[in-house]
Design a protein around this ligand. Structure first.
Ligand SMILES: NC(=O)C1=CN([C@@H]2O[C@H](COP(=O)(O)OP(=O)(O)OC[C@H]3O[C@@H](n4cnc5c(N)ncnc54)[C@H](OP(=O)(O)O)[C@@H]3O)[C@@H](O)[C@H]2O)C=CC1
Ligand SMILES: CC(=O)C(=O)O
Ligand SMILES: [Mg+2]
Length: 420
């Protein structure tokens, strides 16, 4: 990152007020009557109603539109385990995105815990406060057990964004990239660098979308995940293949796709040169991708290149997913975010890139046009259509798959956050 951008980022976070979010009131609190309704004595009435019927919490409190972003700071972006407090800017950032793009009220919670069980216990005890829980930046393999247990034990949707948000957006971008490159997902071969939360979940959802498991080479720090290894956890084992390939250099030869969910600067220009004709490189590590676009583009002109960042074309980032997925799930009070809802979100995101781009998006990005093609495989996060299209697809899929407890709201599909 340039020195200018580093300083601008620090100033953005520090000035004029520290941080990125605050709390606002939704009811008047000016007069003695207002206060006697908002607080004592009036507040006792909703208390008694909720005590009688816990569902009334949705009627009388902010619960139904409130999502907690919760982390232990063990895998902050691609920066690693820097602890809960250091993760706070990212978690506040997720809350900012929830509010800005989908009108979801969100608060960050950073948990200092000595074990996955302590994390689970903490989250479980506070879960009823919220309408949903977005787990963030928790490293693999602990994240899998944490999410599974919390889904089982909480009554509200629990969703590990780095797994499923990333997978949904990656599938959306990948379907479009494959179409542009004239490749079929069933035939495409992929090298996935990284075998953690994001990599495993993305690979699984790509398989649900048609990719063949035997066409995936997954790598961790020790190299290719193959059936001869005896150091694999149960999640990595699912991707073990019979092969004599051992290194990234071996695996990348002739690959159609490189999917990077690992760390900075791990793919070289020479390795990109070795890929099949019309390759696809999703270098999604944040903030520094596995290869910078200018390095990859310098060695291939038949490439589709994408990163997780806002400052290059084709931003494959879970920001395109989680705000709208939770919007849809909250609005039909879904008890879970299931596979049907995830795939519906992926197809809705992918579809938007093929439609005419709204003027406000062109203005926000300072361009005259954005047309479906190598430099525009996926919509931009500021695209106002995402809210209506994705939340509607998710809510409908929740209804169709039987996890919704409310009907589709009358104001669906939403046009803007003002509708909420
Ligand atoms: N664009 C987006 O929307 C998103 C991007 N990401 C990015 O994906 C990356 C991983 O995040 P996440 O899955 O949450 O983290 P995890 O800690 O769960 O997983 C990290 C994985 O990367 C592997 N890895 C790290 N360094 C190397 C290396 N030098 N060579 C090979 N593999 C390596 C680790 O290997 P090992 O198992 O051996 O330790 C591990 O499997 C981060 O950079 C993050 O920014 C994540 C979510 C969303
Ligand atoms: C985008 C994101 O969630 C990550 O890089 O971890
Ligand atoms: Mg993350």
């Amino acid at each position: 990152m340039s020195e200018d951008l580093k300083q601008a980022a620090l100033d953005y976070h520090a000035i004029p007020k520290p941080g990125k979010i605050s709390v606002e009131l939704t009811k008047p609190a000016e007069t003695s009557r207002d206060l006697s309704l908002a607080y004592s004595p009036g507040v006792a009435e909703p208390v008694k109603e909720i005590a009688k019927n816990p569902e009334d919490a949705y009627k009388y409190t902010a619960k139904g539109n409130l999502v907690a972003v919760i982390s232990d700071g063990s895998a902050i972006l691609g920066l690693g385990n820097l602890g809960p407090l250091a993760s706070k800017p990212v978690m506040e950032g997720k809350s900012l995105l929830f509010k800005r793009f989908a009108g979801v009220d969100s608060i960050d919670i950073e948990v200092d815990c000595e074990s996955p069980q302590a994390f689970i216990d903490t989250v479980k005890r506070i879960a009823d406060t919220f309408g949903g829980i977005n787990l963030e930046d928790i490293k693999a393999p602990e994240c899998f057990e944490i999410e599974r247990t919390l889904i089982e034990q909480c009554k509200i949707p629990v969703f590990h964004d780095d797994q499923h948000g990333t997978a949904i957006v990656t599938v959306a971008g990948m379907l479009n990239a494959l179409e542009i490159q004239g490749k079929k997902i069933e035939d495409a071969s992929m090298v996935c660098l990284g075998a953690g939360a994001a990599a495993i979940s993305c690979s699984k959802l790509l398989i649900s979308a048609g990719m063949k498991p035997e066409n995936i080479y997954m790598l961790d720090r020790k190299g290719v995940i193959h059936s001869g290894r005896d150091d694999l956890n149960e999640y990595k084992s699912m991707f073990a293949v019979e092969t004599d390939k051992r290194t990234l250099d071996d695996a990348i030869e002739g690959a159609d796709i490189f999917l990077g969910l690992s760390g900075p600067d791990l793919l070289s220009a020479d390795q990109v040169k070795k890929m099949a004709p019309n390759p696809i490189v999703f270098a999604c590590s944040n903030p520094t991708p596995e290869i910078m676009p200018e390095v990859a583009n310098a060695v291939r002109d038949d490439l589709i290149m994408s990163t997780g960042r806002s400052d290059f074309p084709n931003q494959v980032n879970n920001v395109l997913g989680f705000p709208f997925i939770f919007r849809g799930a909250l609005d039909v009070r879904a008890t879970a975010i299931n596979e049907e809802m995830k795939l519906a979100a992926a197809y809705a995101i992918a579809g938007l890139a093929k439609e005419e781009t709204p003027k406000e998006v062109l203005t926000a990005y300072g361009v005259d046009s954005l047309e479906f093609g190598k430099d525009y495989i996926i919509p931009k996060p500021t695209d106002p259509r995402l809210l209506g299209a994705v939340s509607n697809a998710v809510a409908q899929a929740a209804i169709d798959s039987g996890v919704a407890t409310k009907e589709l709201p009358a104001n669906y599909p939403l046009k803007s956050v003002e509708d909420i």
